[in-house]
Write a protein that binds this ligand. Sequence first.
Ligand SMILES: *[C@@H]1O[C@H](CO)[C@@H](O)[C@H](O)[C@H]1NC(C)=O
Ligand SMILES: *[C@@H]1O[C@H](CO)[C@@H](O)[C@H](O)[C@H]1NC(C)=O
Ligand SMILES: *[C@@H]1O[C@H](CO)[C@@H](O)[C@H](O)[C@H]1NC(C)=O
Ligand SMILES: *[C@@H]1O[C@H](CO)[C@@H](O)[C@H](O)[C@H]1NC(C)=O
Ligand SMILES: *[C@@H]1O[C@H](CO)[C@@H](O)[C@H](O)[C@H]1NC(C)=O
Ligand SMILES: *[C@@H]1O[C@H](CO)[C@@H](O)[C@H](O)[C@H]1NC(C)=O
Ligand SMILES: *[C@@H]1O[C@H](CO)[C@@H](O)[C@H](O)[C@H]1NC(C)=O
Ligand SMILES: *[C@@H]1O[C@H](CO)[C@@H](O)[C@H](O)[C@H]1NC(C)=O
Ligand SMILES: *[C@@H]1O[C@H](CO)[C@@H](O)[C@H](O)[C@H]1NC(C)=O
Ligand SMILES: *[C@@H]1O[C@H](CO)[C@@H](O)[C@H](O)[C@H]1NC(C)=O
Ligand SMILES: *[C@@H]1O[C@H](CO)[C@@H](O)[C@H](O)[C@H]1NC(C)=O
Ligand SMILES: *[C@@H]1O[C@H](CO)[C@@H](O)[C@H](O)[C@H]1NC(C)=O
Length: 671
Amino acid sequence: MCWRNTLGLLLLVFVQRISAQIPSVKSFTSSSSSFLVDSNVRIVVDPAFANSGSPSLFGFAQTFRSDLVSVTGLNNISQVQTGDASSITAPTVFLTLGPSNSSNLTLFNGKSTVEGYSFEITEKLYTIRGVEAIGAFWGTRTFLQQVILSISGGSNPATIPTGTGEDNPGWEVRGFMLDVGRHWVETTFLADLCIYASFFKLNEFHIHASDFVPNTDILQSANWRELYTGFRFQPPSDSPVFGVVPELNESWTQEQFTTLQTTCSDHGITIIPEIDTPAHSVVITKWKPELMIAGSPDLLNITFPETIPTVKSIWNALLPWFTSSEVSIGADEYSEDLANDYITFVNDMNQYISETSGKSVRVWGTNEPSMTESISTNVTIQHWWFPGGSIPVQLMEQGYSIINSDQVFLYLDGKFSDEGQYPWSLNATLLWSGAPDGKGWAPNIFSTTDSTNNTSIDNPLLRGSIMALWNDWGNNATTPLELYYQLAQTLTQDGFENIYSILNAAAPGQNLNRATGLPAGSEVFSYDNIPSKSLPLQTNFRSVGPPYTFSFSVKPTHSDSELSSIVLFTGMDSILYLDSLSFEDAVTKIRYPLGIDLPLDTFTSVEIHATVNHTYALLNSSSEPVYWTSDLSIRGAFMQLVNMSFAAPSHIIGGSGFKGELANVSLKLGD
Ligand SMILES: *[C@@H]1O[C@H](CO)[C@@H](O)[C@H](O)[C@H]1NC(C)=O
Ligand SMILES: *[C@@H]1O[C@H](CO)[C@@H](O)[C@H](O)[C@H]1NC(C)=O
Ligand SMILES: *[C@@H]1O[C@H](CO)[C@@H](O)[C@H](O)[C@H]1NC(C)=O
Ligand SMILES: *[C@@H]1O[C@H](CO)[C@@H](O)[C@H](O)[C@H]1NC(C)=O
Ligand SMILES: *[C@@H]1O[C@H](CO)[C@@H](O)[C@H](O)[C@H]1NC(C)=O
Ligand SMILES: *[C@@H]1O[C@H](CO)[C@@H](O)[C@H](O)[C@H]1NC(C)=O
Ligand SMILES: *[C@@H]1O[C@H](CO)[C@@H](O)[C@H](O)[C@H]1NC(C)=O
Ligand SMILES: *[C@@H]1O[C@H](CO)[C@@H](O)[C@H](O)[C@H]1NC(C)=O
Ligand SMILES: *[C@@H]1O[C@H](CO)[C@@H](O)[C@H](O)[C@H]1NC(C)=O
Ligand SMILES: *[C@@H]1O[C@H](CO)[C@@H](O)[C@H](O)[C@H]1NC(C)=O
Ligand SMILES: *[C@@H]1O[C@H](CO)[C@@H](O)[C@H](O)[C@H]1NC(C)=O
Ligand SMILES: *[C@@H]1O[C@H](CO)[C@@H](O)[C@H](O)[C@H]1NC(C)=O
């Protein structure tokens, strides 16, 4: 069966029909020998194409080398060279460009794609021939996956069977979306997500970058300005739209965003930025309240003469930031009573963005019952819901291009889902059963119940799919790493589970698992007695991801007035305070108290156990776990208690202001 995970499942369709070998490629005919991947392996780029593409073939080859060093641990693999494949002496991975011999690397709908590659493996030469540089890059992902699986199968050094084959995506758009409008995250985290997703050959990261955390009562009250809002692009302070950013400390500078885009494109991923108007616009009405529909601060009244110029001025300031050829203007969930105005708005914005930047526009599928107007067919519609949303098969008949983000198959919500609507990770059973041929869900399937809503795999207007992780409950529902856990969670279908966990653990270029490199069950560090004068004590581990067990005994001797600032342990992702044994998320700065204050002048032993789903403490060897939780406001309708997972604050033992003794500090892998 084909290899895939929540992210990779969108890529399952990278390959045509699923074949037996893992990782699955479109075709592979093996012969009986093998190519050995030891420290002598060289990476050679065809000089005729070294500078082709952006990033260039040579640039991709350098990323490949550092990833190969990472997955094999062979630090002394030579630097990338350019040269001729015919004069090889050592085992060589040769990267070149050119059409495949079968000239058959097309999408399911028959359109050509530059992302395909063919490969030919002999004992001494592994040739990857991309249609363009990006195709060769995907070919290096396949190579790395083969190496990882060979090593995990016990082979040292790794070996790859000889043979020939080819591979290409079935779909143009293979993406994932993260709602960062309702949850603050840093661009470095998003860059790591790009690197991770690219290992599974996804090619788009849709960033939903403006929104508010819904609460019906507050929205309709005079206090609507208290609603949490995010607008993540920070225009320069002299820009006329500078005021749209509600909190500067929760926004990205152009330099940070540019670095993010570069990191992503260096890994074959395009960022599709979204600024969502004319609904979901509390962040804009906080800035310009005169633009709202009276009583609905989330909706802009687009018939006011100043509204569309204001939205255009925001895009005008930000379009120069974006390197993608497409952007999303959101445009979902607006009032159906204003259908004509809505359509005028979308067309006006489409024309404006096209004229000022040459970029194309996407909107969320929104059924606006206009009798007279229609959206320009060069706007791509991202379908997400039935019933009520626009109907994708009908839109395709009318000439619109469609991206499938159907919520039944492809939506997640951070940590908690209202009415159990969305699963914690994408539903493997559903996705594997979603097609009549038993080969799994694919982007042409929009409905579980009504086959008239599906289309064929070769529909020329079906561009692909984007899965989405929403953050409806805001910052205090999840840490950024918890968002990663949900995105990366495996599909658990038989035969896939082992492969996924191996590839997840070895995916190079980022360390979102905050792995130590030590085997499962290892002791990361242990300090029995730490003289007070040695505190704070720095370890070699900046952060350690779950599952882990973190134990210590602490005897605090501070005065009560000092309590709130006393830090026990600090890591890159989390801080543990003495006060109420609170964990703080290092990114959102939100504190989550355990609700237990330790007695002064006596030792209490604390054992913290964490998995990706929770963190709890056992005090004085008690058998009663006490969990770190958060209480979420679900649209203001009710409160929902959820567990929190924190990475271990493993970097500094005994932080600022700590007075007292710490003993038996140990961190072990495994919960
Ligand atoms: C790389 O280092 C290993 C271990 O030190 C050594 O055995 C091997 O010969 C080196 N390979 C090369 C190509 O220098
Ligand atoms: C092209 O690919 C299709 C589908 O994988 C296959 O049926 C066809 O035989 C291939 N054609 C050639 C010339 O390889
Ligand atoms: C493609 O054809 C050329 C010329 O026949 C041959 O040298 C090469 O090995 C083939 N490549 C693949 C990937 O089959
Ligand atoms: C929007 O503004 C116009 C005036 O430009 C007004 O006539 C209309 O009632 C407003 N729409 C809503 C839904 O409030
Ligand atoms: C899309 O079509 C509209 C007219 O309907 C035109 O103004 C715009 O320039 C076109 N955009 C692109 C990207 O071609
Ligand atoms: C997953 O999908 C299957 C098949 O539709 C369904 O029976 C099951 O309840 C779903 N599981 C979850 C957790 O939503
Ligand atoms: C559409 O999907 C449904 C279930 O998801 C399935 O029963 C039906 O056969 C599919 N139709 C086509 C044409 O793929
Ligand atoms: C499918 O499409 C029809 C219209 O053709 C629509 O009425 C129905 O609600 C859609 N929904 C689902 C889940 O298939
Ligand atoms: C940003 O500043 C606001 C207002 O001072 C504060 O509430 C929020 O916690 C800060 N966010 C971060 C990530 O520090
Ligand atoms: C842990 O045990 C010690 C000694 O038995 C006791 O003094 C202390 O209060 C206990 N701590 C907690 C939090 O119960
Ligand atoms: C975390 O929770 C999800 C949803 O309940 C579950 O599918 C997953 O297996 C859990 N993971 C671990 C490591 O407990
Ligand atoms: C989390 O945020 C919500 C607002 O979205 C707030 O009502 C709730 O009290 C917060 N919970 C905690 C534990 O801070």
